[in-house]
Every structure is written in structure tokens, then in C-alpha cells.
Design a binder for this molecule. Sequence first.
Ligand code: BG6
Length: 490
Amino acid sequence: MTEYAHLPQSAAVPPSDYVIIGGTGDLSLRKIFPALFLRYAAGQVTDDFRLFVVSRQAVSRDEFSAKLAPHCKAGMEGMKDGDATLAQFMELVEFVCVDISEAGCMAGLAEHLLPQADPGRPIIFYLSITPSLFSSTCQRIAEAGLALPQSRLVVEKPLGKDHASAQAINDELLSIFEEKQIYRIDHYLGKETVQNLMALRFANVIFEALWNNSYIDHVQITVAETVGVGNRAAYYDQYGAIRDMLQNHLLQLLCLVAMEPPARFNADQVRNEKLRVLQAIRHIQPDDIRLGQYQDYAYEVGNPSTTETYVALKLLIDNWRWAGVPFYVRTGKKLGIRASEIIVTFKDRPHDIFAKNGITDTKNEIPNRLIIRVQPHEGLRLMLTSKEPGPGGMRLFPSELNLSFGETFNQRLPEAYERLLMDIARGNQTLFMRLDEVLAAWELIDPLVAMAAKSVPVLYRSGTMGPDDALLSRDDRKWLDPKDETDEPG
Ligand code: BG6
């Protein structure tokens, strides 16, 4: 196995103050603090950092630590002195009680932050709270004199329910912070394989040369989940798969597959190119959308509901590179497998020299395909046609080049939040959504939501891959279901 130990493991990050507002909530305990802890264990978060848990109700260090520990366990596997490292990490954490509804509520926080305020030390406000509190929280931050040039604001989706509400929320944020201070998280962009897609396309010449409508037949993007809505029914029933997954994660994946090469790998150039893709997507027709709902859904949410838990679409991109190449995208809950995959199917050869020579068996041939496995078991597979060994004819069979990142790099692949949280401290917005991208995505999604509101989703059984293939079968294609690699080494 190749040894990659010589690769730099992480880039330096300036000591920063992280202020997690809603710090005792689910996102904070499941994602934000475990990611900070793992970066601490990796030496990127140093003892000069300060991490503030801001919450309405007081919480003690021991209580917080006990709640956090189970979420750090997976990352601790193979870590020397994991428990001791977690205890040291907890020394960086301070607890501040704040009731956002009260004027002057951030005074206590300001007493911690202002004495060490320095233009080179980022103060990162992570709003891990409901979007309805974003505006008042920003006002409180400003009132306390904490909206400084070195301050940064981090927000998560849902950033609105449609174009108008997304614009309104962002107007509020922009009345206090500048665009360059705002980090809108789409955690899919922090996933290793998603970033690798850019490396694959723009650090290699062989794919980019074929990456267009002369050589590509179609693209499929699948984000399949086995989980249902769980304890998020109240939120989910208002949003559905279109707004929860398609508006952000799936469109972002599509942008990275379809974008033109930026001249430089920097935030503005990458985001300019993604925006151009969103603007080139043709308005979607009712025939090009398929909605589903898993059978127990209405029972789980406690009322008859027409919210979709599955959405599949055919998208067309109106530009020179992609004219005529369909992008089929789908996502759903309670499907048969948890896997996210991008599959690029190439066109058939212009001429087949093996056909009709009487000794050739071509029945096993499949088109060339590039399969980018986003998760789990991250990796790339390139499907090729080879000759079956042996004399007596040219028998062809499908074979594959398989690059498993887990095996190749022989190390834990960092969680999306680890990368994203460090990028914020470094001031790198490349993997965050710019406002114009968010709005362009809503422009595309608003009509879909209107269409969905007028239709009843098809019921599908949990554990299947959702409603039938109708969207693709009329184009003589079918969904390529991700391979179940559960039992294979990751
Ligand atoms: C979130 C959605 O953004 O992404 C969830 O709100 C979904 O509904 C989740 O389950 C999927 O993320 P991941 O990283 O598990 O693929």
C-alpha cells in the first residue's frame, strides 16, 4: 500500500474564539463540538483557542462533557489517550448564559471577548439556533460591540423557505455583517469526496477532455438515506425533500459536476462558476419530476400529509458543454441503502470494431462509467471493457478500476464539519454558499414547490429505492442503484 504519511496533514489555523449560540443543542453536540475536538486532537485547534457554549439555560462543564463524549467516541477510535485528550479539550470551553430576547444579553459574552479582541484573531459566531432568531441575535451581537471586522457569522440551512424569505433573512444578516463575513454552511461541500470531485476534474487532464456532451450520455446523482424523519417531523413536514435536500446538497453536487473550470481555486471564482450552472438549468416541467412518500410517513408525523420524502428530477443545462445531456437526480428517506453517488455514463464508441466478426461476444459490454462514491466507502470506480483471458475469440467483459480512499490513504477521512470549521477560521469561503447562489437555487426550486403542492406523492415501501423508474424508462434508461458495500472494508 502506498504510504501517504509524507502528505501535510493540516494547515495552520489562527487562534480563534468560537461562539456557538445554541451551544447545548443537537447540532452543536452531534457535529460542531465533535469536529472541534477532532481538530484539537489533530493539533489544528490549539490551546490558544477559546470555545464558548452560549445557551439560554445554564449548563455545567461536567454535564456538557457527559453529553458530548458519546458523540466523540467514533472519532476517538485508534486515538492514543482519547479520554484524556477530550478532558484537555474541555478546558478550552467556557459557558455563558444568554437569553436572546433580553436587551443587553450579550454583555457578559462581550466581557470575555473584547479584552482579547485583535484584528488577527477571528471571533466566529455560529448560529446553531432557529432561523427566526437570526435577526435578533445579530442585533444583540452588534449592540454588544461584537460585530467587529474580524467577526464572522456562520449560518445553516434552512435559510428561508423560498426565494422571498431567503432574501429577507439574508437582508437582516447583511444589515450587520458584510457578505465576506458570512459563512453559509452546506455540509456536503465539506465532504472529502465532494472536494475530490474538483481535484478529479481540474487536477487531471483525462476526464476534463471528455467532460462534455460529445462524450457523456447522462449523469445520475443519488443521495439515498435509510433513515426516516425521526424526531424532526415538525420541521420536515414543512420542508420536504425538495427544500431539505434538493435545494442545497443535490444542486451543489450538480454544480460541481457541471461547472466550467475556474481560473483559480478561490472562493469567488469557484462560486462564480457554480452560479453560472444554476442560472443555466432549464425551468423544470411537471413531467420531469417524480415525488414519493414512504408508507409510514403520515403515521410518523401524526397527520395525513402530502409532503414528499423522495424527489427525482430530470434536469437539463442549457449551455454549450451540456446541451442535450440529462442530469437525473434523486434523493429520498427510508430507501434500501444509505449511499450518495454520482455516476457519469459515457456515450458508446462511434464505431465497434469487434461486432460482426463472428468470434466476438459483446453481450456483456457496458458503457464506460465513472462512479464517484461520496459516502460511505468513499472512492472512485471507472468501469471499462476488457478482454476475457484465453484463446478462441474476443470475449469482452466489464471490469473496473477501483480507488477506495479509505484503503488508499489508510487513515480516517475527516468529517465535513472539521474541514468547514477550520476554513471559517482561515477566512476561506470557497466551500460556503454565496448569497447569489442561494437565491439562484431558490429561483429554480420555487416553481417545483408550487408543483409539489398541487400533487400527491406516490407511496413507496420503506427499504425499496422509491417509486418506479418512469422518469428514466421513457428515455430508455434506468436508475443505477448504488452498490451495497456494507460488508466490504471501508
Ligand atoms: C441534512 C438534512 O442537511 O442532511 C437531513 O436536513 C439529512 O434531512 C442530512 O438527513 C443528510 O446528511 P448526511 O451527511 O448524513 O448525508
